[in-house]
Design a binder for this molecule. Structure first.
Ligand code: 6R9
Length: 647
């Protein structure tokens, strides 16, 4: 067993929950969820207070999840207005631009209210009203937060598409939720380069209904083309009213849709609702990060991912925090950027992904040591398991041995943290997400029988036995898919898609996806999505995509490609396919390795044996297991002989 790190007395004293309080509160949250969440719900301002707290069923055929169902509230009133009364002049958002030579912006809660209201008025003037969907395709600029909150103010449902996604992916998401409006910017500067967002949006909108409007924010002032459907935010904002009454929303009204990859088919629109999500985002932000007034909280994610939703915008702002929005990347202009920004804004809690930690660890300690990180009190990790080596570097070099690391396991679907150490309460184990958050009932199931495995020192698949307020409610427009994906395999449980171990002390270690989802630099990618992009190329007959261990990215994308008859493999074609996938999905989906495969290992019924392909991609073909069920076992020898990832 590697080292463990118990909380110091000072950490325990300062924390919202020390070990004893955690145990008491956790047990209350499990034995009396109604009572526990009835109390926690009060952290928000309700227009009409709820009388019902939890109403959920995981019963097959009747998956139905409701929290605080008769309460009404408004999210922007909770994230903005109520703080204007108590802390109007406190900074709500610190915006740090891509280029460190440009000025950062500090936006107070009072200013935020004006921005949000003006944006809300613009949305209304463009015909957006309660229940309508608005797609955001924006750089990490304050207007992204204004737009999110403006949607919530008028009861519109936002769906953010990460600015790294291609026009095709954007178009599919606009159509998928039947959006009325797309909000974009001229360009997105990132790492010194600029993505032409507006022209991407134009390309996407060619495949959308003609009446979809496009609101364009000026970021760089670079040249763009203008069409009849476009509206200029910077012009409209000059005329827009700076107050807009918040719409009264039911707790179960949809708040946002966020598309995420699964093991089959196209990405699905995860739906989160208003009340439960915000209670959960707020509580997890406060407890997991031990947030106190006066702290400066920095989550380095992008608002295009769920982490940005919950821990750049909704959680921190619900708590009246100061939150940093960073437009850039960890390595621009150099590998010291994160630490420079931490020092510059006196960051107290810093939350990032293992892939970034590994990359920065590789760049050497000097980049860290140059900067004064003495305000840091807590470090966080999210997106994939963190390897103990990276954990230890993060702890010692970045945290100076004084900052607890919270390794937070959660998902787009869960709205907020599910398993995480609590600072001041948990004795930390590098690499483990360890303990359930309040209200979360993790279970380990036998993957074959679906039976619960009791006791410690066991391994299986990670499921959750009961609902928690931040849980997704449905897949947009397809409740059946929701039931099938998350409740179909193990009856009566929410299935995470991850494997896990429960160690001898009862701590959880998430071991990674057990389905056909790979985790590339903390981003989820369905192997099926990459495969369908590849086979859409005229020269490709068939393809199978698997993950393989990658030093920096965690997992890399390994694609086996069978060409059409008469096509010859070549380096040019390999490049062409890489570019093809980039334009079909986006740069994050570009295969790291492409192997030409004259044939793929298939069962007699035609199923591709991914287990074998994974082993070959991992360069671990000594243990291929039984290949006798293959229709043509000889293809395996060819794949091994020509494998790309030789150690
Ligand atoms: C928040 C987020 C979810 C998947 C999840 C799991 C992996 C996330 C993790 C982790 C081990 C952690 N994952 N955090 N695995 N330890 N601390 O990342 O959401 O993009 O939906 O990804 O990421 O495999 O199932 P999302």
């Amino acid at each position: 067993m590697s080292n463990t790190y118990p909380p110091t007395e000072a950490q325990a004293k300062r924390a919202h929950a020390d070990a004893e309080t955690y145990a008491k509160m956790y047990s209350h949250s499990i034995t009396d969820p109604e009572g526990f969440w009835a109390e926690e719900g009060k952290r928000l301002d309700w227009i009409k207070p709820y009388t019902k707290v939890k109403n959920s069923s995981f019963t097959p055929g009747n998956i139905d999840i409701k929290w605080f169902e008769d309460g009404t509230l408004n999210v922007s009133a909770n994230c903005v207005d109520r703080h204007v009364e108590t802390r109007g002049d406190q900074t709500a958002i610190i915006w740090e631009p891509d280029d460190p030579k440009d000025d950062a912006k500090h936006i107070t809660y009072r200013e935020l209210q004006g921005h949000v209201c003006r944006m809300a008025n613009i949305l209304q003037s463009l015909g957006v009203s309660k229940g309508d969907r608005v797609v955001l395709y924006l750089p990490m600029i304050p207007e992204a937060a204004y737009a999110m909150l403006a949607c919530t103010r008028i009861g519109a449902v936002h769906s953010i598409v990460f600015a790294g996604f291609s026009p095709d992916a954007l178009g599919a998401r606009i159509n998928g939720c039947d959006a009325k409006l797309v909000i974009t910017a001229d360009y997105a500067p990132r790492g010194g380069r600029e993505t032409p967002l507006k022209s991407n949006a134009d390309a996407a909108l060619l495949h959308c209904k003609e009446n979809v409007k496009c609101l364009v924010v000026k970021r760089t002032g670079g040249q763009t083309t203008w069409t009849d459907r476009d509206y200029d935010y910077n012009e409209l904002v000059l005329e827009a009213d700076d107050y807009q009454k918040p719409e009264e929303m039911n707790a179960e009204d949809p708040l946002f849709i966020l598309y995420t990859s699964g093991s089959t088919g196209q990405p699905k629109g995860v739906v989160h609702t208003t009340g439960g999500y915000l209670v959960y985002a707020s509580m997890t932000h406060q407890y997991t990060f031990d947030y106190h007034d006066g702290d400066v909280f920095w989550c380095t994610a992008d608002v295009g991912w769920v982490t940005g939703h919950s821990y750049i915008v909704y959680g921190p702002l619900a708590n009246g925090a100061t939150t940093i929005m960073f437009e850039g990347v960890p390595t621009f202009p150099d590998a010291g950027r994160f630490w420079e920004v931490c020092a510059k804004h006196k960051v107290t809690q810093f939350y990032t992904a293992p892939t970034a930690i590994r990359a920065l660890m590789g760049a050497g300690d000097d980049h860290v040591k140059k900067h004064d990180l003495s305000d840091l009190r807590l470090l966080g990790s999210v997106g994939e398991p963190i390897n103990p080596e990276a954990w230890t570097w993060y702890y010692n070099v970045v945290g100076g041995g004084n900052c607890p690391i919270v390794d937070t396991f959660w998902q787009t679907e869960t709205g907020g943290h599910m398993l995480t150490p609590l600072p001041g309460a948990t004795t930390l184990k590098p690499g483990a997400a360890q303990t359930p958050f309040f209200g979360v009932k993790p279970v380990v199931l036998d993957p074959q029988s679906g039976e619960e495995i009791h006791g410690n020192d066991v391994e299986g698949v990670l499921c959750i036995a009961d609902s928690w307020p931040g849980q997704m409610r449905t897949v947009w427009g397809d409740h059946e898919r929701f039931e099938k994906t998350y409740f179909g395999d193990y009856k009566g449980y929410y299935f995470s898609g991850d494997g896990c171990k429960r160690d001898a002390d009862g701590d959880y270690w998430v071991t990674g996806r057990v389905d056909d989802v790979i985790n590339v630099s903390g981003h989820r990618m369905g192997t099926a999505e990459v495969e369908s992009a590849l086979v859409a190329h005229a020269k490709v007959a068939e393809s199978a995509v698997v993950g393989y261990p990658h030093d920096i990215k965690g997992q890399g994308i390994y694609a086996y490609v069978t060409l059409m008859n008469g096509e010859e493999p070549s380096d040019e074609l390999r490049k062409e396919l890489e570019t093809w996938v980039r334009t079909e999905i986006g740069p994050i989906a570009k295969p790291d390795l492409i192997q030409w495969a004259p044939g793929l290992p298939k069962t007699r019924s035609g199923k591709i044996m991914r287990r074998i392909l994974r082993k070959i991609a991992e360069d671990d073909f000594g243990a291929l297991g039984d290949t006798s069920t293959l229709a043509d076992p000889s293809v395996v020898d060819d794949l091994i002989a020509n494998r790309m990832n030789r150690s």
